[in-house]
Design a protein around this ligand. Structure first.
Ligand code: WTA
Length: 638
C-alpha cells in the first residue's frame, strides 16, 4: 500500500470542540454514541425505520437482499419515486407554499420557487420530455450551468423514470461526447451559456461539438440563460421556453411508479483508468440514505435556510442540492457564479441577504476566500449561520479554524463530511452532538461501519495509516458501474472479497479516540480544487496530442487547490520542447477534458521512471517534484 504524500498536517493533539449546550438542546440526534450503537445491533431494522419516513407506493418485502454480493438490493419489492418524495408529497401539505429554491444569478438576477411552483414546472418539463419520446429507462444527458432549470431537468427525468446523466459544465466537448456515448443518450438538455466571473461559458457551442462526435443525439433542449447568439439546428435543437409554452406542457404529471432498485442516475467519476466510470444510483435506497444523512448531520429544521455551494454536476450537488434538501422539505439557496465575483464578499453578502443558517462548502473554497482576508466577511452580518459543512478533501486545521472563527464566530460546529460519488451520501461525519477535532471527519454515520486495515485486512492500530474500508452494505451505495459490472466488482469489492468489504481507495488513520483522519487517495486519483480527476485521464489526454509519445501525471500539494497536476511528457521523435508546445498541450487538455484538468506544470523529459513491468512509478515522480527521498527503487527498471 502506498500513502498519499499529501499528509502535511498532523492531528493537533488535544484540540477539542465540544457541542454548545444550545446545539445539544436543539439537535435532532442528541446522543450519537447511543444511536450509533443501536443502529448496528440491528442494521436492517435501523434502515427500515428511516425508510418509513418517506412515501412508498408499495412497501418492501425485504430490507436488503444479500444473495448476490456485491450486487446488494435494497427495499426489495417496494415501489416508489424519488421525485414524488421531493415534490408531490409536499404539495399535499402546508409546505406547498414554502420556498423550495431561492436562486441568485451571478449578474444579480433573482428567482424564487415555492414547492408548488417547482412542482408545476417539473411536471411541465416532464410532459415535454415525454412528448419527445423519452421513456422510462432512457438516458438523458444534462449539461448546464447552476440554474434552477438544471434541478428541474433532473427531477423531471426522475419523475418519468428516465435516467439522468449530468455532466459538469467544466468538462470539454470531448469529455461530454464520451459520456453521451457511454450512456447512449438520445436527448441532451443544456443552456446557451452560463455566467462565470462576468464572462459567458459557451455551453451550447460545446454541446454542438460533442454532438458532432456522438451522432446518437436526436434532440437538444436549450435553456436561454445568457441570451448571446448561438447556433440552433433546425429539427434537432429546441428552446426550452418554446417547449414549455406548448399545450403538451401540462402542469400535471404523475410520478411513474418505479421499482426501488430502478436506476435514478448515472454520474461519471474518475478512477484508475482513463475511462471515467458511470456510477449508478437507484430510486429507493438513495432517497432514504441522502435524506437521513442530511437531516441528521445538518439538523435541518423547517425554519432553516440551507445553502450547499457545490455544483449540481457533481455528487455533492446531486445528493445535497437536488434530492435530499427537497425530500426533507428545506428552503435552499442556489447561486450561479464565482465566490469572488464581483468582489470577494459575494458569498458573505448572500449569507446576510438570504439569512443562510446552514452553509456547506469545500476546503478549496474556504482556503480561496481566506486568502482575501477577514475584512470581507467582517463587513457582513453572519449571525444567521448556525451550522457549517465541508466536503471534498481533507480540511487542513488552519482553514478549519478560520471557517470556525471568522465565519462561524465560534458558534457554528463544522460538519466535515467524508464520502464519495460511490457512497451516495455522508459516511464519516460528525453529527451536531459530536465533539469536533479540526481536520477529522470524526465518526461513522449510524448504520455505517468503517475500518482502517492493511492490505491483508488486518486492523491497523491507532495512529497507523491504512486502507479505509466500509464493512457491510448501506442503502445509498452505488449499485454498479453502468455497462461494466465486472469493473464494479474488481475496483471496489475484490481486494477484500473474503471479508465482503468495500474498498474506498482512500488512506486514513484512526486516533486513540476512534476518530477517523482521512489522509487522501491512495490510488491514481487526484483531487484538484475538490474535483476528482484520474492521472490516467490526463495522461491519455496528453498522449492524444500528435507531438506526445508518452506522459505521466501526478498530484502535487497546493495551498489553495489542495492538489495541482504536474505532467511529464516524452515527445515523439523529431519534436522539440518549446514554450509554444507547452501552451499547445495545455490548450489541448482544456479541449480534451476541461479547464480543471490543465496541468499547472508540464516538464519535457526523455525517460520516465518505470517498473520492470512497464508501470510508471508516480511515487518517484512525486518525490522528485517535492524534493523528497525517492524511497525503495529496487523495482525501478534500469
Ligand atoms: C475525498 C465527493 C477528506 C476522498 C463527495 C474521497 C474527502 C473523494 C472528504 C471522493 C473529507 C471527500 N475529508 N477527504 N471530508 N470528502 N473526500 O467522488 O478522497 O468527488 O475518496 O465525492 O474525495 O470524491 P468524490
Amino acid at each position: 500500500m502506498t500513502t498519499h504524500p499529501d499528509d502535511s498536517f498532523s492531528p493537533p493533539v488535544g484540540e477539542w470542540y465540544p457541542p454548545s449546550p444550545d446545539m445539544l438542546n436543539s439537535a435532532l440526534i442528541k446522543n450519537y454514541e447511543q444511536v450509533y450503537h443501536e443502529s448496528l445491533t440491528d442494521v436492517e431494522a435501523f434502515w427500515a425505520k428511516q425508510a418509513e419516513k418517506l412515501d412508498w407506493f408499495e412497501p418492501w418485502t425485504q430490507v436488503v437482499d444479500r444473495s448476490n454480493v456485491p450486487f446488494y438490493r435494497w427495499y426489495v419489492g417496494a415501489k416508489t419515486n424519488i421525485a414524488y418524495n421531493a415534490l408531490d408529497r409536499h404539495v399535499k401539505t402546508w409546505r406547498k407554499n414554502k420556498l423550495a429554491l431561492i436562486f441568485e444569478g451571478e449578474p444579480g438576477d433573482k428567482q424564487t420557487y415555492s414547492y408548488h411552483k417547482l412542482y408545476r414546472e417539473v411536471n411541465k418539463f416532464a410532459n415535454v420530455l415525454k412528448s419527445m419520446g423519452v421513456k422510462k429507462g432512457d438516458r438523458v444527458t444534462v449539461y448546464m450551468g447552476r440554474i434552477p432549470e438544471l434541478i428541474m431537468a433532473m427531477l423531471a427525468c426522475a419523475k418519468i423514470g428516465a435516467v439522468h446523466s449530468v455532466v459538469y459544465g467544466g468538462f470539454s466537448e470531448h469529455a461530454l461526447a464520451d459520456r453521451i456515448e457511454d450512456a447512449q443518450s438520445r436527448v441532451v438538455i443544456t443552456c446557451d451559456g452560463a455566467w462565470l466571473r462576468g464572462n459567458i461559458v459557451k455551453l451550447k457551442d460545446i454541446v454542438d461539438e460533442a454532438v458532432r462526435r456522438s451522432p446518437i443525439v436526436e434532440s437538444v433542449i436549450v435553456v436561454k440563460r445568457t441570451g448571446h447568439e448561438i447556433n440552433m439546428e433546425q429539427g434537432r435543437d429546441y428552446w426550452y421556453h418554446d417547449l414549455m409554452a406548448l399545450p403538451i406542457a401540462s402542469p400535471i404529471c404523475e410520478s411513474v411508479q418505479m421499482d426501488a432498485e430502478d436506476p435514478l442516475f448515472i454520474l461519471y467519476t474518475s478512477g484508475t483508468t482513463g475511462k471515467p466510470k458511470g456510477i449508478l444510483h437507484t430510486h429507493g435506497g438513495y432517497q432514504v440514505y441522502t435524506s437521513t444523512t442530511l437531516s441528521w448531520v445538518f439538523d435541518l429544521k423547517d425554519e432553516d435556510r440551507y445553502w450547499c455551494a457545490a455544483d449540481p454536476g457533481w455528487i455533492t450537488g446531486h445528493s445535497y442540492i437536488v434530492y435530499a434538501p427537497l425530500i426533507v422539505g428545506a428552503t435552499e439557496i442556489v447561486y450561479e457564479g464565482a465566490p469572488n465575483y464581483p468582489y470577494p464578499n459575494r458569498w458573505w453578502k448572500l449569507v446576510e441577504e438570504y439569512s443562510v443558517s446552514v452553509l456547506y462548502t469545500a476546503p478549496t473554497a474556504i482556503r480561496g476566500l481566506m486568502r482575501f482576508g477577514d475584512a470581507w466577511p467582517n463587513r457582513h452580518d453572519l449571525s444567521s449561520l448556525r451550522l457549517l459543512g465541508s466536503v471534498g478533501e481533507p480540511i487542513n486545521p488552519e482553514a478549519w479554524r478560520w471557517f470556525y472563527k471568522v465565519i462561524g464566530k465560534e458558534r457554528c460546529p463544522i460538519m466535515d463530511t467524508w464520502w464519495q460519488t460511490e457512497t451516495g451520501g455522508f459516511m464519516i461525519t460528525p453529527l451536531p452532538s459530536v465533539p469536533l477535532k479540526p481536520g477529522s471527519a470524526t465518526r461513522p454515520f449510524p448504520g455505517i461501519e468503517v475500518d482502517v486495515v492493511d492490505d491483508k485486512g488486518e486492523v491497523c492500530p491507532p495512529g497507523t495509516d491504512g486502507n479505509l474500508v466500509v464493512k457491510g452494505p448501506w442503502p445509498g451505495m452505488a449499485r454498479t458501474i453502468y455497462g461494466d459490472p465486472d469493473r464494479f466488482v474488481s475496483q471496489y469489492w475484490s481486494q477484500y472479497k473474503e471479508q465482503g468489504w468495500y474498498l474506498t481507495g482512500d488512506s486514513a488513520r484512526r486516533d486513540e479516540d476512534g476518530y477517523v483522519w482521512v489522509i487522501g487517495r491512495n490510488d491514481d486519483v487526484i483531487k484538484v480544487s475538490g474535483y476528482r480527476l484520474g492521472t490516467a485521464e490526463v495522461e491519455s489526454g496528453l498522449v492524444s496530442h500528435a507531438s506526445v509519445a508518452e506522459a505521466a501525471a501526478i498530484g502535487v500539494p497546493d495551498e489553495v487547490r489542495g492538489n495541482v497536476i504536474y505532467a511529464y511528457v516524452i515527445l515523439r521523435a523529431g519534436q522539440q520542447p518549446s514554450e509554444d508546445l507547452r501552451d499547445a498541450l495545455k490548450e489541448h487538455i482544456r479541449h480534451e477534458i476541461g479547464p480543471i484538468a490543465v496541468p499547472s506544470k508540464i516538464e519535457f523529459v526523455t525517460t520516465l521512471p518505470k517498473t520492470r513491468s512497464g508501470k510508471i512509478m508516480r511515487r518517484v515522480l512525486r518525490a522528485r517534484a517535492l524534493g523528497q527521498p525517492e524511497g525503495d527503487l529496487s523495482t525501478l527498471e534500469e
